[in-house]
Design a protein around this ligand. Structure first.
Ligand code: SF4
Length: 195
């Protein structure tokens, strides 16, 4: 598959995930209607970026400024230190992307997944990944909720969600253990739910 065809494939897959997302959310629960009443938010984040942070927290990762210049080292400690912060769950560049050398003026990401050959566009990869997570969690992009509520929804999908959010060249078991440890550390998951 050529690079262009691969990108077209990923973008097409993203559209398919979108279709499923809206098809599956047509019967909104009271819980989701309640979540959408929150109008103000403290930060906006892609769902997979939150899962990355929780997994890193579980593994005890210490954040340092990244050579890309993005804001993960600022956002991650803020997110895990106050689970009552209101987050807007988005399907586009988020607060972590702020300052990143790969963030284009139109809000797209120009980076690629260097760990794959040929390397797909990170924008397309992220859009597909987050569309699948929105679908899995039955949450609509643009929803405002608290980190705590979002993580409770994630916890209901653990184990299982690691099959969606494990990145290329990362082990699924490692991802799962990171998520479980992170959720336990944050008081979302019981110790007895260790896998
Ligand atoms: S998604 Fe792209 S723009 Fe955002 S932090 Fe990652 S590399 Fe940078």
């Amino acid at each position: 598959m050529t690079l262009i065809n691969r990108r077209d494939f990923l973008i097409g897959l993203s559209g398919f995930a979108f279709y499923n997302l809206y098809a599956s959310s047509s019967g909104k629960s009271h819980k989701h209607q309640k979540l959408q009443k929150m109008e103000h938010y403290d930060m906006q984040l892609r769902p997979h970026h939150i899962l990355d942070i929780i997994s890193d927290h579980g593994k005890g990762t210490a954040y340092q400024p990244h050579p890309y210049g993005h804001s993960l080292h600022i956002v991650a400690p803020k997110l895990i230190s106050d689970l009552d912060l209101k987050i807007k769950l988005v399907l586009h560049a988020d607060d972590i992307c702020e300052g990143c050398e790969h963030l284009l003026p139109d809000g797209k990401c120009k980076d690629v997944l260097a760990q794959l050959t040929p390397s797909p566009s990170k924008q397309a990869y992220n859009d597909v990944l987050d569309s699948r997570l929105f679908d899995e969690l039955s949450i609509v992009p643009g929803t405002v909720t608290t980190t705590h509520q979002f993580l409770e929804a994630v916890n209901e999908k653990v184990p299982g969600i690691e099959k969606i959010c494990t990145h290329p060249k990362e082990g699924q078991e490692e991802r799962l253990q990171g998520l479980v440890s992170g959720l336990i550390k944050l008081g979302i998951r019981e110790d007895s739910q260790v896998i």
